[in-house]
Design a protein around this ligand. Structure first.
Ligand code: PLP
Length: 299
């Protein structure tokens, strides 16, 4: 039940449909975002009720993704940002996961896209947590994937594009099938890229934080938030190529992402990371993250 914003209209959830000849369904070219609204509870800072975390940045990235793929956007950023607020409000959600998505419709088939029309939807639903509370506290087990970030991912990883998720899905399935909770994808040269839908950080050399440079991973908004927090704490963050064995011997490791939030990694390819549980820096950054999204920190 509820409503979905669809090309400028609020449409009942069950009627928000598209034709089987929808172009993006066939060829995969489309762009989307994953955004979260949190119930803020800090009236003393002027914040209470649902608040969409870093809405502007997500909308900006959606438009950048469309620009990279050459998709014409029929709406302005303001309209898409407003649509996100509207679906949270109209569906009476206090906490929500939001999905803005732009796709080519059924106006034509074939690979020439210049005459295709871009359609946009924004849906919102309750999706409290990606992982269990125990996983957030104790950490997860990950495995290096046999699938790597492929060509489109590597050269165009700034786009959050529908077609970029095939190897993420295969990698995640492989990890789940082998008893792990997440996958770690390497780039074409064998360096650490990212999780199926998360950026990775490791802590080593006595508290220095490392994360892969933005050549083979999505420019994560949570990644950026965590780098700012680390700077605020006076911790050094270095963006550099990371090898798989650097993760094995790290003091701490964690994933970041809108869905996964800040997620400790306790084991990688069967090897314990650090003490085998959430490390102190991870815990501190995770706490800051939850304080921030819940509106309890000064922005
Ligand atoms: N990497 C990939 C492949 C993703 O899909 C996501 C999720 O959007 C991320 C990283 C994390 O990005 P963000 O923190 O902006 O959600």
């Amino acid at each position: 039940d509820g409503v979905i914003w669809f090309d400028g209209e609020l449409v009942p959830w069950r009627e928000a449909k598209t034709h089987v000849l929808t172009h993006t369904l066939h060829y995969g070219l489309g762009v989307f975002e994953g955004v979260r609204a949190y119930a803020t509870d800090c009236p003393e800072l002027g914040r209470s009720g649902p608040c969409i975390f870093r809405l502007q940045e997500h909308t900006d990235r959606l438009f950048r993704s469309a620009h990279i793929l050459g998709m014409k956007m029929p709406w302005t950023k303001d309209v898409i940002s407003e649509a996100q607020k509207t679906v949270v409000r109209e569906n009476n959600l206090s906490e929500a996961y939001l999905r803005p998505m732009c796709f080519y419709g059924s106006e034509g088939m074939g690979l020439r896209a210049e005459n295709l029309k871009t359609h946009c939807i924004v849906a919102a639903w309750e999706w409290p947590s990606y992982m269990s509370p125990e996983a957030k506290e104790l950490g997860i087990k990950i495995r290096t994937s046999s699938y790597t970030r492929h060509h489109v991912n590597i050269t165009m990883c700034k786009a959050k594009a529908n077609g970029n998720y095939i190897n993420s899905m295969l990698a995640l399935k492989e990890a789940l099938d082998s008893g792990c909770e997440e996958a770690l994808l390497l780039d074409n040269e064998g360096y650490v890229a990212e999780g199926s839908g998360e950026n990775i950080f490791i802590v080593k050399d006595d508290g220095i934080i490392y994360t892969p440079e933005l050549t083979s991973c999505l420019e994560g908004i949570t990644r950026d938030t965590i780098i700012r927090f680390a700077n605020e704490l006076g911790l050094e963050v270095r963006e550099k190529r990371i090898t798989r064995d650097e993760v094995y011997v790290a003091e701490e490791a964690f994933f970041t992402g809108t869905a996964a939030e800040v997620l400790p990694i306790r084991e990688h390819d069967g090897r314990a990371i650090g003490s085998g549980k959430r490390g102190p820096i991870t815990e501190k950054l995770q706490t800051m993250y939850f304080e921030q999204v819940k509106g309890r920190r000064e922005q």
